[in-house]
Design a protein around this ligand. Structure first.
Ligand SMILES: [Fe+2]
Length: 310
C-alpha cells in the first residue's frame, strides 16, 4: 500500500473477537496488516481479545511489545463485548491497557465509560479522539426504542467532554465501537444519491441474497443522545470510525462528516460470525486513515490481497 511522505497514517482494526485458539492466527493477521499499511498509529476499535485465564490480557502485552519494537503508537477502545468474555471486567481491562508502556491509552473514566481521551497527531491542529460507547442500553432506553436496539449510547457527560476537548482543533477523527444512529441514514442517503465512497451494508442480506426485513442493518444505540448534531455543529469533526457490525464496511459523507464502518479484521474459525460464515466474499482487513496538512483520505485494505510473506 502506497504511503506519501507527508502522511500521518492510522490503521484501524476492529471486532477481531479473538478466542484463545485464535491468538496465533490473529497475531499473524495484525502483523500482515501492519506490514502492508506501515502505519504511524494503530487502533483496535473494540470487541478485541477474549479469554478467561489471562490469555486476553497477555495478548495486549504481546501487542504492546510488538508495537514498541516497531516504533508504532497504538491504542484500543472498548466494545460492547469487551468485559463480557474476558478474565477481567471493562474497567480492569482498561486499567491493564493504560499501564502498558507502549500505548497512548488514557483511562479517564466518565461514569462507567473507560478510555475517553484525545491524542494530538504531528499534523498541526489535528487530533484523534477516543470514546467508550459502552455496552447494553438500559431497560428504559430499550422501551423508548420500541425494542429495536439493545445498545448503549454516548452519555451526556461524554458529549460534554468531547466538545470541550475538540474546541479549537482544526480536524478531529473520532473512534467509537458502536456506530452512531446517523450511520444508517447517512448510508442510505448516499446510496440513493450514488455517493457511497466504498463498501456496503450487508447485515440484513441473507447468504441466499434475500433481504431480511426484520434483521439489523446498522446496530446503533437504542436512543440518540445528540452527539452527532452537537459535534458536527463545531465544524471540525472530519470522520467517525465505528466497528460492531462485522459485515458492514462502508464510507459515506453525511452533513460534512465522513462516517466509516471499519473493516472487520479477522475471521475466527472458532467463534462469532463474519464474511465467510455468512456466505460473502471475505473482506476482512483494516481501514486506513491518512491525515495530511490539507485533508484526509480513508481506504480499505483486505487480507485476501496480501501475500503470505508481507
Ligand atoms: Fe460489538
Amino acid at each position: 500500500m502506497e504511503k506519501a511522505e507527508n502522511v500521518y497514517r492510522v490503521t484501524v482494526m476492529t471486532d477481531m473477537h479473538l478466542m484463545p485458539g485464535d491468538y496465533e492466527d490473529g497475531f499473524e493477521s495484525v502483523d500482515k496488516l501492519v506490514g502492508a499499511s506501515r502505519p504511524d498509529f494503530v487502533v483496535f476499535n473494540g470487541d478485541n481479545f477474549f479469554g478467561f485465564n489471562g490469555e486476553d490480557l497477555a495478548f495486549y502485552d504481546r501487542l504492546d511489545a510488538y508495537f514498541i519494537e516497531k516504533g508504532i503508537k497504538w491504542t484500543a477502545i472498548l466494545g460492547n463485548h469487551d468485559g463480557e468474555y474476558n478474565s477481567a471486567d471493562r474497567r480492569s481491562i482498561a486499567e491493564h491497557i493504560a499501564n502498558l508502556p507502549g500505548t497512548v491509552f488514557e483511562l479517564n473514566p466518565i461514569g462507567k465509560r473507560y478510555g475517553n481521551f484525545f491524542y494530538d497527531t504531528p499534523v498541526a491542529g489535528t487530533a484523534l479522539a477516543f470514546l467508550d460507547s459502552g455496552g447494553k442500553a438500559t431497560l428504559s432506553e430499550r422501551i423508548r426504542s420500541g425494542f429495536s436496539s439493545k445498545y448503549a449510547a454516548l452519555t451526556k457527560e461524554q458529549i460534554a467532554f468531547y466538545l470541550n476537548e475538540a474546541h479549537g482543533k482544526r480536524a478531529v477523527f473520532l473512534f467509537i465501537h458502536i456506530p452512531l444512529n446517523e450511520f444508517e441514514n447517512g448510508y442510505y442517503l448516499a446510496l440513493a444519491n450514488c455517493k457511497v465512497i466504498y463498501g456496503a451494508v450487508r447485515e440484513n442480506i441473507t447468504p441466499e441474497g434475500k433481504l431480511n426485513r426484520f434483521g439489523d442493518i446498522v446496530c446503533s444505540p437504542a436512543v440518540n443522545t445528540g452527539f452527532f448534531d452537537a459535534a458536527a455543529k463545531e465544524g471540525n469533526l472530519k470522520a467517525v470510525f465505528a466497528g460492531h457490525d462485522h459485515l458492514n464496511d462502508f464510507a459515506v459523507d453525511y452533513k460534512g462528516v465522513r462516517l466509516v464502518q471499519v473493516q472487520r479484521s479477522f475471521s475466527s474459525k472458532l467463534a462469532s460470525y463474519g464474511f465467510k460464515k455468512r456466505g460473502f466474499t471475505d473482506f476482512s482487513g483494516a481501514t486506513v486513515l491518512d491525515v495530511t496538512e490539507n485533508g484526509f483520505d480513508v481506504k480499505q485494505l483486505f487480507l485476501k490481497d496480501l501475500s503470505k510473506d508481507l
